[in-house]
Structures are given as C-alpha cells and as structure tokens.
Unconditional design. Structure first.
Length: 95
C-alpha cells in the first residue's frame, strides 16, 4: 500500500520552531534536525505500523540524536502527523 503523509498545522509549527531554535544554537544544526526528522517521515511513510501504539491509535517514533518524538496516526492509506514533540516539554501538551 502507498501511504500519503501530511502534517497538521500544529506539527508544522513544532517543526519550524525546533528548526529555528537549533539553528540559533549552532549554524547548520537546524538543517541537520530537519534532515533527521524528514528521514523519520520517510520511514513512517514506508512502514507506518513499525512504530508502537502509545495512546489509542496514536503511534510514536522517537527521533535519534534529538529529544523529539513524532506523534502520528494511520487512517487507511493516510498518515497524519499531529506533533513533532520536544520530549523536554511538559507532557500534558502532548495530544
């Protein structure tokens, strides 16, 4: 099956905010973060059931080398990313 992946507005904002923050810490680090997250999007799109269910039908993919988790749901042939969540933040913010 071919899966289509899309980011919610919240996930897009999370990604943008994190990218800017990493770039402000070190030139080029924001780009490395984006590349790593995009590689996880690719992995999720190719094998969405690989990552574990954590809350109901939501799945979590922990990003290596960065303290982030990608929270998503598979609905038919669609994958919706709800958050690119900083695991150092308040967990109550998590969907």
């Amino acid at each position: 099956m071919i899966y289509q992946i899309s980011l919610s507005p919240n996930a897009e904002a999370d990604l943008l905010e994190a990218t800017f923050w990493y770039e402000s810490q070190q030139i080029g680090l924001g780009e490395k973060f984006v590349q790593k997250v995009e590689s996880y999007f690719f992995r999720i799109q190719n094998n969405p059931l690989h990552f574990p269910l954590k809350k109901g039908t939501l799945r979590e993919a922990y990003v290596q080398k960065f303290p982030y988790v990608i929270i998503y749901q598979v609905i038919g042939s669609n994958i919706i990313v709800f958050a690119v969540f900083d695991t150092h933040q308040n967990p109550e913010r998590k969907p």
